[in-house]
Design a protein around this ligand. Structure first.
Ligand code: AMP
Ligand code: MG
Length: 409
């Protein structure tokens, strides 16, 4: 039986990022770049004002005595390349133009004084500057290209697109974004006793709680998922579904991986040419989890009990899917440290995963473990917003101690 780390080590060589595809900017959030991106223009595109205020002619000394006429207003959107000397007569008292944030600074001005530092006499169209407003050359001017120069690197291959990145892409007019392809995922649930959630179960039957979970978890990751339905514990039926599912990059099967008479998944995967990477991991719940590879992709056989299917999904399937689309991920790499608000039981040779209530209080993450009745306890896991991980040989802990948690979403 592998530990979590050993199982991941067996899986990881098969998780190389998928090939490049181009997506639109609006579809790119969350995706991982498969190529470098360079600036398509200078940002800012010219020297512009950082404030609403007055553009001060080069060499003009601002002292308390200066009483200037207010010149024309330079607005954002005006073409750069203006010179004050073209805007106002060069004889007579100094004329100082108003300038708005983002407007081009005239070539012969070298500073901007914010309007809140000037004394404006609106009725007489005059402005004076208290001593305190005296500024140094260059102040409140954003220089052309100071954020990025045309052709300079913006982002590197391997970086993930965030919502803020999409704004950067928009600034540069980039709309065909090279990213790693998303894995296609198919899922099926096995079990002759399983009926759809819309059905009224006959005696002995139970509703399928996995297909909806897979759909929600996969679409939550932004992936397209194809449901292949419920398969009876019958070799021919299972073979048909596995053959169909192997056409996807990743096939998820649930149920049928334990030691029971009707647990056919492992044999069927071998029969279909898959190479098993592991078929049991030291975790509780979820021990019988299976991972296999074939020429075109990966298969996970997740145990049938609802908590087992969910935990093995979060622990192995989710990080595997993230790696395939170029993210850096590993089991529990999204783990956080929380303070226990109630005692935590120990583990006995397997990493345990308990549902918990997570909350943030005064900036600290706090966890209340809610030990379930077992891996069939859909209620405990269904209402939890987090999971606690109890490492393999950890002793029980008291409230106030720390533990490792992750959010469930
Ligand atoms: P198995 O791993 O197939 O032996 O299933 C273990 C337990 O999980 C059994 O009690 C199954 O009835 C239950 N189970 C399997 N698949 C599902 C499912 N899709 N939804 C709800 N329970 C399931
Ligand atoms: Mg079964």
């Amino acid at each position: 039986m592998f530990t979590v780390n050993e199982a991941w080590a067996a899986l990881e060589p098969h998780l190389m990022p998928l090939a490049t595809t181009l997506v639109s900017r609006s579809q790119s959030c969350g995706r991982v770049l498969s190529d470098d991106l360079n600036a398509t223009l200078d940002v800012p595109p010219s020297d512009v004002s950082a404030m609403d205020g007055f553009a001060i002619p080069q060499g003009l000394i601002l002292n308390g005595d200066l009483n200037a006429a207010i010149g024309p207003t330079i607005a954002a959107g005006q073409a750069p390349g203006l010179a004050l000397s073209n805007l106002v007569a060069d004889s007579g008292p100094p004329v100082i133009p108003r300038i708005m944030t983002g407007a081009p600074v005239p070539a012969d001005c070298d500073r901007v004084v914010p309007v809140e530092l000037a004394n404006v006499n609106v009725s007489r169209d005059r402005v004076t500057f208290p001593q305190a407003s005296s500024t140094t050359s260059g102040q409140h001017i954003r220089r052309q290209g100071e954020v990025s120069r045309i052709g300079s690197p913006l982002m590197r291959s391997g970086q993930q697109v965030t919502s803020a990145t999409t704004s950067l892409l928009a600034t540069h007019g980039l709309d065909r974004i090279p990213v790693h392809r998303n894995p296609s995922v198919a899922y099926a649930t096995t079990g002759s006793e399983i009926v759809g959630p819309e059905a009224t179960p006959a005696p002995g039957q139970i509703r399928d709680s996995h297909s909806t979970f897979f759909h929600a978890a996969l679409t939550g990751l932004g992936l397209q998922a194809t449901g292949l339905g419920i398969v009876e514990d019958d070799r021919d039926a299972l073979r048909r579904v596995v053959q169909e599912g192997l056409k996807s990059d990743v096939l998820l099967l649930s149920g049928g991986v334990s030691m029971g008479e009707f647990d056919l998944v492992e044999d069927m995967l071998k029969d279909q040419g898959c190479e098993l990477l592991f078929d049991s991991v030291a975790i509780q719940p979820g021990k019988p989890v299976v991972a296999a590879v074939h020429k075109e992709g990966l298969v996970f056989g997740l145990p049938g009990n609802p908590a087992s299917a969910q935990i093995t999904f979060w622990l192995f399937v989710e990080p595997a899917l993230r790696k395939l689309r170029g993210e850096t991920a590993a089991p529990w790499s999204n783990g956080l440290t929380a303070i226990l608000e109630a005692p935590l039981p120990g583990a006995h040779g397997r990493d345990r995963f308990l549902p918990c209530a997570l909350r943030v209080d005064s900036g600290q993450l706090r966890a209340t473990p809610k030990p379930p009745r077992g891996s069939h306890d859909v209620l405990a896991y269904g209402v939890a917003n987090g999971l606690v991980r109890i490492p393999q040989h950890q002793e029980p802990k008291h409230a106030g101690a720390t533990c490792s948690v992750r959010f469930i979403n």
